[in-house]
Design a protein around this ligand. Structure first.
Ligand code: GRF
Length: 205
């Protein structure tokens, strides 16, 4: 199964999944990365792993439909079957979501539906978790829809909040789990074990 990644930043989730692909563990291949930030770290990682990477910015297109068409063109050229948003800080165009129904995943560094939504990304998520005094946080992989950090949940894993945690220490432990769980979610799709009914995911045995 060919994977397409959307990223805006460092791309460590892209790298973690791509490495598991290249080891043959997932039955999937990292086909392409699309990024909207010129100097994002993900470009370097893609180069190192030999994965094609494209810079595509919404602002380079006068019209939304032309932007969506370019994204779809790249995905189709690379035969992408499953899309992974990996730290992509924009919503994907509706036309793209419609072209890949229940085939667009997002990863979020908290247990949704808590601590998600517009503006809650990166350090701010962990700050909010600590501010609320939570004892547990975690990672969510979900199918993306037209709202930020929203859509049927595929996998979640909990991470304990420790006494004395800072946003940075918590982020680091959460990120380790992200790197595991995203590939695990991909494997469920490769095995054709994911069904969506009434907005909820069922994982077949
Ligand atoms: C991760 O924490 C991910 O959950 C969130 O954005 C961050 C991206 O990190 N959506 P990276 O670019 O994959 O290193």
């Amino acid at each position: 199964m060919k994977l397409g990644f959307f990223a805006s930043g460092s791309g460590s989730n892209f790298e973690a999944v791509a490495r598991r692909c290249q080891s043959g563990e997932l039955g999937a291949g990292a086909a392409v990365v699309i990024c909207n930030v010129p100097d994002a770290g993900v470009f370097e990682r893609a180069k190192e792993l030999g994965v094609a990477a494209y810079l595509v910015r919404r602002d380079d297109f006068a019209e939304g439909p032309a932007f969506a068409a370019r994204l779809l063109e790249i995905l189709r050229e690379h035969g992408v079957e499953l899309i992974l948003m990996a730290g992509y800080l924009r919503k994907l165009p509706g036309a793209l979501l419609r072209a890949y129904p229940y085939r667009v995943l997002n990863i979020h560094p908290a247990l949704l539906p808590s601590f998600g939504g517009k503006g809650l990304y990166g350090r701010r998520v962990h700050e909010a978790v600590l501010e609320a005094g939570c004892r547990v946080t975690g990672v969510t992989v979900h199918l993306a829809d037209d709202k930020y950090d929203h859509g049927p949940i595929v996998l979640q894993r909990a991470v304990e909040v420790r006494e004395g945690d800072t946003p940075e220490s918590l982020a680091a432990r959460v990120l380790e789990v992200e790197h595991q769980i995203y590939g695990d979610a991909v494997r469920l799709f490769v095995q054709n074990r994911v069904r969506v009914e009434h907005g909820r995911v069922h994982i077949l045995a």
